[in-house]
Design a protein. Structure first.
Length: 378
């Protein structure tokens, strides 16, 4: 008797996955544009998360008299390095640098400026053009553009991802409840959304900005009050269609709870339509903060932001590197997000051919025969 080989268990990142999930991953990987866009975007995002290490006006590591110091994580007085003052050491000061070089050494980040460091020794008045020290020049306040670009990219992506995730959870839940239960709940919720969506968001932000100073969490909360409605209509329409299917009626007859039916059985059928809109929601969330900063109603003055960089480019037309840097950064970031979203949408679309399947065969008459779909019978 021939022993049968053990069945293969598919795993992804250490977790067990189903054959359907494996085929979705293969389908996503088959989309080269989306696959490589994901890796490029993740690389840029992780670099921006380490902005304090990549761009900082303090050294990463200082070795002085055999002792190890990490100035990017902890402040040290100048007296720790043989200086005179007990205030925090300024490692860019030639006196402090000479003291450390005489009895130790330092490791600097690739960019020796953070988003608020002012470069005092510029060859010409700010904004100064790109050179060997400032790769993309400086802005109108003599701050390094590369450093502000890295910090601004980080805050823009974090704001967009946070706004997208939270608004998607709220919107999907609201749309699922409307479509599944229907009736008066659906009617009243739709009337509420019509009134709520008619409120002028920009005017509200202008009024509130004159009362309190906006910050990251304040802007996130304000935008979350309105951004959750973008997915409600799509999810509601899918649930209105799915709730009359036979398997939903059978689950109700078996006594399965409404929450389980909604999110375990009905929601997967609405995922394709939902994922179709997610790239646009994420791109809109990223550009929301950029637009508010460009208009002057976003983050506090001095904060690193792509919108603030665009505003400086508009105010300093004689320094085209400011506007061009902001424009190309936003264009590349949004393009990568859209490519990733398209690949995810295609991976979840059951009408797409799965990666690795053979091409359609031709019969004797020369007609092309399509391969069987996922749910077809053999």
């Amino acid at each position: 008797m021939i022993a049968q080989p053990a069945p293969r268990i598919d795993r992804f990142l250490g977790a067990r996955i189903s054959p359907l999930t494996r085929r979705r991953l293969l389908n996503f990987r088959a989309n080269k544009r989306g696959f490589w866009s994901l890796w490029i975007f993740l690389s840029l995002f992780f670099i921006s998360l380490a902005a304090d290490i990549v761009a900082n006006d303090n050294p990463i590591l200082v070795v002085f008299d055999g002792a190890v110091y990490t100035p990017i994580f902890k402040a040290y007085p100048e007296t720790a390095f043989g200086g005179t003052f007990e205030t925090e050491a300024d490692y860019r000061d030639p006196v402090v640098a000479n003291l450390i070089d005489a009895r130790g050494w330092m490791i600097w980040p690739p960019v020796r400026y953070n988003h608020q460091t002012v470069a005092w020794n510029l060859p010409q008045p700010a904004p100064s053009p790109p050179d060997a020290e400032h790769w993309l020049g400086t802005d109108d306040q003599a701050r390094d553009v590369v450093a502000r670009l890295i910090y601004g990219f980080r805050i823009s992506v974090l704001f967009g991802v946070a706004l997208t995730v939270i608004s998607t959870l709220i919107g999907v839940t609201a749309g699922a409840a409307q479509g599944y239960f229907g009736g008066w709940l659906d009617l009243l919720f739709q009337r509420f959304m019509e009134v709520w969506s008619g409120l002028p968001v920009l005017f509200l932000l202008i009024i509130l900005a004159s009362v309190v100073e906006p910050n990251f969490w304040w802007l996130l909360g304000i935008m979350l009050m309105f951004s959750w409605m973008s997915l409600v209509g799509v999810v509601r329409a899918e649930f209105l269609r799915v709730r009359n299917f036979d398997y939903v009626r059978a689950a109700r007859a078996l006594g399965v709870g409404d929450t389980t039916i909604m999110f375990r059985h009905a929601l997967p059928n609405a995922m394709v339509a939902t994922l179709t809109f997610l790239p646009f929601v994420l791109s809109g969330s990223v550009t929301t903060l950029t637009a508010l900063d460009f208009l002057g109603f976003g983050l506090p003055p001095g904060s690193a932001s792509l919108g603030e960089l665009l505003a400086q480019g508009k105010a300093n037309l004689q320094a085209p590197w400011l506007g061009l840097t902001g424009f190309f950064t936003i264009a590349i970031m949004l393009s990568l997000l859209v490519f990733i979203g398209e690949a995810v949408r295609d991976a979840f679309d059951p009408r797409k051919l799965f990666a690795g399947e053979p091409p359609p065969a031709e019969d004797a008459a020369g007609a092309r025969t399509e391969p069987a779909s996922e749910g077809s019978q053999a």
